[in-house]
Design a protein around this ligand. Structure first.
Ligand SMILES: NC(=O)c1ccc[n+]([C@@H]2O[C@H](COP(=O)([O-])OP(=O)(O)OC[C@H]3O[C@@H](n4cnc5c(N)ncnc54)[C@H](O)[C@@H]3O)[C@@H](O)[C@H]2O)c1
Length: 282
């Protein structure tokens, strides 16, 4: 007869195996951890789908067909997209109008529904972890204040980067436009899905990831996230223990002039960026 203790052990075992992100399990055709990338056809999506395929079975979804996109689906339409989430262990949710100057209409009609649908589809499909591409623009208005205004303008006189007060992920949100408001909505929805439904969600307030993989203006000496550090950061998120139920971390390289705090990312998920944008300073 199954005792109460046996039943407790069984439940614990199921829980442990469900949340061990690296656990081998017979899912999909390869038996590897199944990772869905939404927005797979974009800049970050292409970097991640290429780099993560060594360790994970990576599947790409995007509104537009193209290389690395297995499913052409609009994330703003839940019924069209949700079936793709079945059998996935983790989701990297990138699908959005990624323009900082995205209009309210685009954020209302595309970004917010696409984000919400990613959480809802992940919940329904029993996905273990969602990594949500948030943005530094959730806190963009701090850049109008000193000393950050001077840093992004490259007016470093009188500033000591070591003494710079870095913004933690726990500062009050100060979105700098519709795009940032949409990402703030995503972080709020992430927390709700984590606390209400037990979905593990890590939100990354990404700095600047560009095709050039180097600073292309003065601000980016502070905000750059190199491709190498991006891939490492996402690997950290995928491998983080199940005890990480919800987190918000900045995605920035170890830039001398960065003004976002990454100590919590180092402590919680082991993020150790290797690059500093200063190497491109001429
Ligand atoms: N690149 C950066 O510096 C940066 C910084 C902060 C946050 N982010 C966020 O990271 C994510 C990826 O950024 P990116 O630079 O690769 O952008 P990108 O524009 O290159 O790629 C976004 C992709 O999402 C797809 N997409 C948009 N709406 C969709 C929908 N409704 N359904 C399915 N696919 C959809 C687009 O077709 C595109 O391929 C975005 O959410 C963006 O807001 C990027």
């Amino acid at each position: 007869m199954l005792t109460a203790l046996d039943s407790f052990r069984t439940t614990l075992g199921e829980f442990a195996s469900r949340f061990s992100m690296r656990a081998e399990r017979p899912v999909g055709h390869t038996g590897r951890t199944q990772v869905l990338v939404t927005g797979a056809g974009g800049t970050i999506g292409r970097i991640l789908t290429g780099a993560l395929s060594d360790e994970y079975a990576v599947h790409g979804l995007d509104a537009k067909a193209g290389p690395g996109v297995q499913w052409a689906r609009d994330m703003a339409k839940l019924r069209r997209a949700e079936g793709v989430f079945e059998g996935m262990d983790a989701v990297i949710d990138l699908a959005a109008d990624a323009s900082v100057s995205a209009s309210w209409k685009s954020v209302r009609q595309n970004n917010i529904p696409a984000t919400l649908n990613a959480f809802e589809a992940a919940r329904k499909a029993g996905v273990r972890r969602v990594i949500f591409a948030s943005s530094n623009h959730v806190v963009g208005m701090y850049e109008r204040d000193e000393p950050y205004a001077s840093v992004v303008a490259g007016a470093y006189d009188g500033l000591d980067p070591v003494a710079l007060h870095r913004l933690g992920a726990d500062v009050a949100i100060r979105p700098d436009g519709p795009y940032g408001v949409g990402k703030a909505f995503g972080e709020a929805a992430a927390r709700y899905y984590a606390e209400m439904y037990g979905l593990s969600v890590i939100c990354l307030r990404i700095g600047t990831v560009n095709a050039a993989n180097r600073p292309t203006n003065t601000r980016q000496f502070a905000t750059l996230l190199t491709h190498r550090d991006l891939v490492h950061l996402v690997r950290c998120c995928l491998a983080a223990p199940e005890s990480v139920r919800f987190g918000v971390f900045y995605g920035v390289s170890a830039n001398t002039w960065r003004f976002w705090d990454i100590d919590d990312a180092r402590e919680t998920i082991g993020y150790r960026p290797q690059d500093d944008a200063e190497r491109w300073r001429s």
